[in-house]
Unconditional design. Structure first.
Length: 31
């Protein structure tokens, strides 16, 4: 049970980093 929660946490972190990276690239492209 704890393992599944850990996997989900890592999945969310990776997606969050990906979104932040995309936003940063868009921000740099605009300026």
């Amino acid at each position: 049970m704890l393992y599944i929660f850990y996997e989900l946490f890592i999945f969310i972190i990776i997606n969050f980093i990906d979104v932040v990276d995309n936003v940063f690239l868009c921000y740099r492209a605009m300026s």
